[in-house]
Design a protein around this ligand. Structure first.
Ligand code: IPD
Ligand code: CA
Ligand code: CA
Length: 267
């Protein structure tokens, strides 16, 4: 059995190494290339940071499987590898390419059936390192994280995000956005799913929801939010949306979870 706590120093160093690559690109002009649509972009920082992370992981764990946003499935085959890594080299690429300093690197270790064991998320502009180990808590630069105590949706500040096919798909989160808007104190769209989950963990936000999230967006952040006392499910309350490659996620401080799920049921 792997001991995730023992891996933490190395994975932290890898996430911070990726942060250095990203910040080098952030200081220069940032050309972009299109992916799935006109608004889904990739930069040299995404590909270079992921190549670095994957090289470092493969050197240490040649018999593990790696799911990288930019490079797809790498390392040992998914079906036989006991452990799977989920890597988002730059979460918040639209911010990054706009020179908006709110993005991060997300790295998670999970079992083959996608039970997250270790989550490391590094925000290189604020030098904030969010980490969690299954069963052992969540931390920000060494300080223990706790979710908020907010008990009613009307007092809550909540974030969300919109899918890359929002121009063409009518199921584009506008209905949900409108429904929450009239029930809460404040609604935000910050542009990094991984940091949204970390901010729920850190008590900076009371909740977060989003559809069409991929495993690399959420695997580390969902563990960090849960280990800080939060709750993460799909829109129906299923606690394991990460078992699927793409899913709908709701994260909260726990106290607000039922009220958040009711909003989806009301639509
Ligand atoms: C995106 C960001 C964004 C969220 C999108 C994600 P990317 O990840 O997390 O906040 O709304 O759903 O795909 O493309 O910047 O890695
Ligand atoms: Ca992402
Ligand atoms: Ca990304």
């Amino acid at each position: 059995m792997i001991n995730p706590a023992q891996l933490l120093p190395d994975i932290t160093a890898i996430a911070q190494g990726a942060g250095e690559i990203i910040m080098r690109h952030f200081a220069a002009p940032i050309p972009t290339t299109l992916k799935s649509s006109r608004i889904d972009i990739v930069t040299a920082a995404d590909t270079e940071a992921e190549a670095y992370i994957v090289k470092e992981l493969l050197a240490r764990f040649p018999d593990h499987h790696i799911v990288g946003e930019e490079g797809g499935n790498q390392g040992a085959p998914a079906a036989t590898a006991a452990y799977h890594w989920f890597v988002d080299p730059v979460d918040g690429t639209v911010n990054f390419a706009s020179k908006l300093p709110h993005f991060c690197t997300s790295i998670a270790l999970a079992t083959r059936d996608r039970e997250p064991l270790l989550g490391v998320i590094y925000d290189p502009t604020r030098r904030e390192l969010f980490t969690a180990i299954h069963g052992a808590g969540a931390w920000l630069n060494g300080q223990r994280l706790r979710v908020t105590q907010t008990a009613a949706l009307i007092d809550a500040v909540i974030t969300s995000g919109f899918p890359y096919d929002k121009h063409t798909n009518p199921d584009n989160n506008l209905k949900e956005w409108a429904a929450f808007l009239v029930r809460i104190r404040g609604e935000r769209r910050l542009g990094s799913a991984a940091l949204d989950l970390c901010y729920v963990a850190a008590g900076r936000l009371d909740g977060y929801w989003e559809k069409d999230l991929k495993t690399w967006d959420v695997m580390a952040g969902m563990l960090i939010a849960r280990e800080a006392g939060g709750m993460v499910t799909d829109y129906q309350g299923d606690p394991n949306p990460q078992r699927f490659d793409r899913g709908r996620y709701v994260a909260s401080n726990g106290k607000l979870h039922a009220e958040m799920l009711e909003v989806f049921q009301s639509l």
